[in-house]
Design a protein around this ligand. Structure first.
Ligand code: CTP
Length: 396
């Protein structure tokens, strides 16, 4: 995802500097070219060798490092970089950046950088963070186009509990991916995606559900977001993670999901129904736990609303509707029928032919059924396939 991208990370004097080692490792796995610049104070918390080992690049500390190839390094790095992140950013360095002071490699290189996103992730004691001078500095930096990642609330190294904790490496990675992972070809598009299973309560203890985990729907939502779309994700119970910038609506039952879609589908350009919605729900939900007897138990079920069909019947001409279909036999024929019956513009037909496709795994096999033909996508990860589906919906 980050092949060919050059990222500079400025590390300042904070105990949270250790988190950046993991961030570098995650970025390296995504094939980024990472350059870490440390302040002298940061070297008290973590050794530059750690970053050199993880990134494969020299970790810069001193502006006038004579061991380095002769080049005005702060300028050459600033000219090459696609993104500059300062994390953890101390109150001192934030103050220097705001004031335009360039007295070390980090602040000098950042001052010379104007090619991409400049992200500041503060980390400090709560009282320092709440200090109006610091807040004023952050406001000023926002005006200068810096993105500020607000610190988390939690137990701080100084023993206090409050705001000031550096956000997790995962959140820092998300911020970087948002800027660099893909071209923003879905910018300005509104996309609603349903994902995951639904749960239909039988009593306070039991429910009816299915094997869906939400992996495919979350991959679609996350990639649509990284490609610049405004994403609304209507999710059934799932442990998958959606990016912070996604408008996520949590639902449990098919009725919850129907109501959430009904309330939100209208102002979307694309509606993708990836959720495995229960077709039936218990007619009566017992208020108390049903006690077992020696007899068999019969549960009467009612039909749920078909959400895809509802949107198909009510969508506007400019809205494109995509459904999913999972079959154990006659996949293409049944999916073609679904396209008609539900007035969709495309059906993504899932195969559950082996243990590398379908529920709960990271890979899938999908055939796209459109009004003007069929397109068999190559076997791939759900992340790869979700991008191919998003490419396809742009042409519907
Ligand atoms: N779907 C929905 N609401 C439901 C059931 C399904 O929106 N109550 C959507 C799913 O999100 C998916 C598509 O419909 O996009 C296909 O679901 P499926 O249950 O396979 O469709 P059916 O036509 O109900 O298939 P079958 O006749 O095999 O039950």
């Amino acid at each position: 995802m980050l092949k060919g991208k050059t990222i500079v990370i400025g590390v300042t004097g904070s105990i949270a500097a250790y988190k950046i080692a993991n961030l570098c490792s995650m970025l390296k796995k995504l094939h980024a070219d990472i350059h870490v610049i440390m302040t002298k104070n940061a070297t008290n918390f973590i050794n530059p060798i750690t970053f050199e080992t993880l990134t494969g690049n020299k970790c810069l500390v001193d502006t006038f490092d004579r061991n380095f190839e002769f080049n005005v390094e702060h300028v050459s790095l600033a000219k090459r970089a696609d993104l500059f992140m300062v994390a953890p950013a101390s109150a001192n360095v934030i103050g220097k950046i705001r004031a335009g002071i360039c007295d070390d490699m980090l602040t000098t290189t950042l001052f010379a950088f104007n090619r991409g996103a400049k992200i500041i992730a503060p980390a400090m004691n709560t009282n320092m963070y709440d200090n109006p001078i610091l807040q004023d500095n952050l406001e000023a930096l926002k005006k200068y186009g810096y993105e500020i990642v607000e610190p988390a609330i939690g137990y701080l190294a100084c023993g206090d509990t409050g705001r000031g904790k550096l956000v997790s490496e995962e959140i820092l990675l998300d911020k970087i991916l948002f800027h660099l992972a893909y071209p923003k070809d879905l910018l300005g598009k509104n996309i609603l995606i349903t994902a995951g299973p639904t749960r239909e309560a039988i009593d306070p203890v039991r429910y009816i559900t299915n094997h869906s985990t939400g992996k495919m729907g979350y991959a679609l939502a996350n990639n649509a977001y990284l490609r610049g779309a405004n994403v609304t994700l209507v999710s059934g119970p799932s442990i998958e993670k959606a990016y912070d910038g996604i408008n996520k609506i949590d639902t449990i039952s098919a009725l919850d999901m129907f109501n959430a879609v009904k309330d939100n589908y209208k102002n979307n350009d694309y509606i993708i129904m990836c959720a495995a919605v229960a077709d039936y729900t218990p007619k009566n939900v017992s208020e108390n736990k049903i006690k077992k007897t020696d007899d068999d138990l019969k549960i009467e079920l009612n039909r749920t609303n078909d959400i895809l069909k509802f949107v198909g019947e009510n969508k506007l001409d400019n809205q494109k509707l995509v459904g999913f279909s999972m079959e154990t036999c006659d996949l293409i024929e049944n999916s073609k029928k679904k396209l008609e019956k539900k007035n969709a513009d495309m059906i993504c037909a899932n195969s559950i032919s082996d243990n590398k496709t379908g529920f709960g795994v990271d890979t899938n096999k999908i055939t796209l059924i459109k009004r003007n033909g069929i397109n068999e996508l190559p076997f791939g990860t759900k992340v790869e396939l979700s991008n191919m589906i998003l490419d396809e919906i742009k042409n519907l």
